[in-house]
Design a protein around this ligand. Structure first.
Ligand code: WQD
Length: 348
């Protein structure tokens, strides 16, 4: 298939591109480099041993999107591009509604006009907000608690409505839990921009010596060691799920046992297993062989105590299961973080 990958030089888009190329698909990548760099394009090509076609494009530019989709002869779209920080979305909701929602409306309007009917969308467990029951299934209530989460829920709704209106349109929303890790080649991974918001990127900067100490946000939760529990999943496992999702969408084989009547479905991507902040820290100490100082500070507002996925639907629909364990996630993340730290040292 000729597959448009939006956000191709971003964290998950770049790993998905490598897996798509490995599975024999052609990648037509777009990015505006608002949170990534051109070097990632070459890194994707080195990791996969194949070239991609690339267009620099901001999806808020509706005419540009229409022009690309009108000419690219695409079979499918994998839509990753968007902002992803909860705190930033609270401070700047317009940025989130334009970059995540307006951009998606432009993209899917052009897809509809050009009869590009196979879509996989990068969604998030954040659409569930603070779930009442665990593990989280796809039937759990959609109740996002941040502007970021609401933009993901809005785009899922848009795709559901579009699939209803256009009988040939089919879309799968993949709801990621906490992706970490990097490609085992060390060539691609999550490039930190400023102070990391997420746990593992922060831990890695303590390990490289760039930051002094990790602040653990609260150890008085009702969990075994008092720290929050999340479902961390290797980014390469997440990337592989996209290839399977794309094939399921094209064959229209998903959703037969579930509520899919209009060609829209949503799947959780997690391991089904939760790890606490202190367990992740220990795994990172093992992976990095560095001490990694930490201090316990106040809870972070808005954090749920425990969230982990029920991933059985992704297994039955796609045959997908997360295969890589926490130590592998931390080892691969560390491998890439060291490469980035070395490159930055060379530049300065
Ligand atoms: C994990 C745990 C923190 C930083 C976010 C998004 C979610 C999804 C995944 C994309 C929490 C603790 C963190 C630190 C800490 N992303 N922590 N010290 O909040 O579970 O989920 O990423 O859609 O939508 O909200 O991930 O990595 O920020 O935090 O103690 O410096 O680590 O309190 O318990 P989170 P996270």
């Amino acid at each position: 298939m000729r597959v448009l990958v939006t956000g191709v030089t971003g964290y998950i888009g770049s790993h998905a591109a490598v897996e798509l190329l490995g599975a024999g698909h052609d990648v037509i990548g777009v990015d505006d480099f608002s949170a990534s760099t051109i070097e990632t394009r070459q890194a994707i090509e080195r990791a996969a041993g194949r070239k991609i076609e690339f267009h620099e494009l901001d999806l808020r530019d509706g005419k540009g999107v229409e022009c690309l989709l009108g000419h690219a002869e695409l079979d499918a779209i994998l839509h990753f591009a968007g902002r992803k920080f909860v705190g930033e979305s609270v401070a700047n909701p317009i940025r989130y509604y334009t970059r995540n929602v307006t951009a998606s409306v432009n993209l899917f309007a052009a897809a509809e006009r050009n009869a590009i009917n196979n879509v996989v969308f990068s969604s998030s467990c954040t659409v569930y907000g603070n779930p009442a029951k665990l593990p989280v299934t796809e039937q759990s209530q959609i109740a996002p608690v941040s502007p970021y989460g609401r933009t993901k829920a809005v785009v899922e709704g848009l795709l559901q409505d579009l699939c209803h209106a256009q009988p040939k349109m089919r879309a799968l929303a993949l709801r990621y839990f906490n992706p970490i890790g990097a490609h085992p080649s060390g060539l691609i991974g999550e490039i930190p921009w400023g102070t990391p918001n997420n746990l593992v990127p922060y831990v890695m900067e303590v390990a490289t010596g760039e930051r002094a100490v990790l602040s653990v946000f609260g150890d008085d939760y009702n969990t075994p060691d008092g720290t929050c529990v999340r479902d961390y999943v290797h980014v390469v496992d997440i990337a592989k799920a996209h290839v399977l999702a794309l094939e399921a969408v094209r064959r229209n084989t998903f959703g037969n046992r579930f509520e899919n009547r209009d060609g829209f479905g949503a799947l959780n991507l997690g391991t089904g297993h939760g790890s606490s902040v202190l367990e992740v820290l220990d795994a990172c100490r093992t992976a990095t062989q560095r001490p990694i100082a930490h201090q316990v500070v106040a809870r972070r507002p808005g954090d749920a105590a425990v969230i982990y996925a029920d991933p059985t639907r992704a297994a039955s629909e796609l045959g997908w299961r997360a295969e890589l364990d926490l130590i592998t996630m931390c080892t691969d993340h560390w491998n890439f973080a060291q490469n980035i730290a070395e490159q930055q040292a060379d530049v300065s």
